[in-house]
Design a protein around this ligand. Structure first.
Ligand code: MNH
Ligand code: ZN
Length: 183
């Protein structure tokens, strides 16, 4: 996983729990002197270890932490790549563009990224079905990112995780229902 993702978790933990808490998590889960550089890659297990400890510290489940992290991560990614996000005029356009626009741009900017494969079908106004596949199985992170994107566009969203790799399915199927805040 790229350093930019770790930096997102670092910012979230420092904001919620303080610098000492992060230093503590880091010393437990990473080699001495670890500093995350956005464009560099680090072992996935390190991120999983950090997230697991956050879950324990906050008395949350791993899926809860990954979802909360994903939501925060959207604004973190947007802050670092504003031009990519500004290219989309609406929530639906952005979601439909994850695989073929956003992650393609990411692959130009980062060497050998480890990206999920995401295929979206725009079923009708207000409804998108997302198919997620990745050997990292971070579908709860994807859910959080979708909530973060909805918050960015000021709309309501509700998700329905119809199938999940964690239950042995080949891919996750996430139904995304979205609409204006007062709908
Ligand atoms: Mn994107 C990794 C989903 C928007 C840049 N992204 C991931 C992962 C998921 C994901 C899930 C974790 C890796 C995996 O599952 O195998 N991303 C999304 C979703 C949205 C999204 C569902 C929108 C909603 N992503 C964005 C945006 C950017 C971005 C916006 C940047 C402008 N994503 C990344 C980068 C990585 C990543 C960078 C990390 C790649 C790596 O570690 O090699
Ligand atoms: Zn899933």
């Amino acid at each position: 996983m790229k350093g930019i993702i770790f930096r997102g978790l670092e910012a979230l933990v420092i904001e919620k729990c303080g610098m000492a808490a992060w230093d503590n998590l880091l010393s437990k889960n990473a080699p001495d002197g670890r500093v995350y550089i956005s464009a560099q890659s680090y072992p996935d297990e390190e991120l999983v270890g950090l997230a697991q400890d956050v879950a324990t510290a906050l008395d949350m489940t791993m899926p809860q932490v990954l979802k909360a992290f994903g939501e925060y991560l959207f604004s973190h990614l947007q802050r670092h790549h504003p031009v990519i996000v500004e290219g989309f005029d609406s929530f639906a356009e952005l979601i439909m563009g994850i695989d073929e626009v956003i992650h393609i741009e990411v692959a130009k900017l980062y060497q050998e990224p480890n990206l999920p494969s995401i295929r979206c079908e725009h079923k009708q106004a207000g409804k998108i079905v997302m198919h997620y596949h990745s050997k990292r199985q971070l579908c709860m992170c994807a859910e959080g990112l979708i909530y973060g994107a909805a918050a960015h566009y000021g709309i309501n969203v509700s998700l329905n995780h119809k199938a999940c790799m964690h239950d042995g399915c080949d891919e996750c199927v996430i139904e995304v229902n979205y609409g204006a805040v007062n709908e």
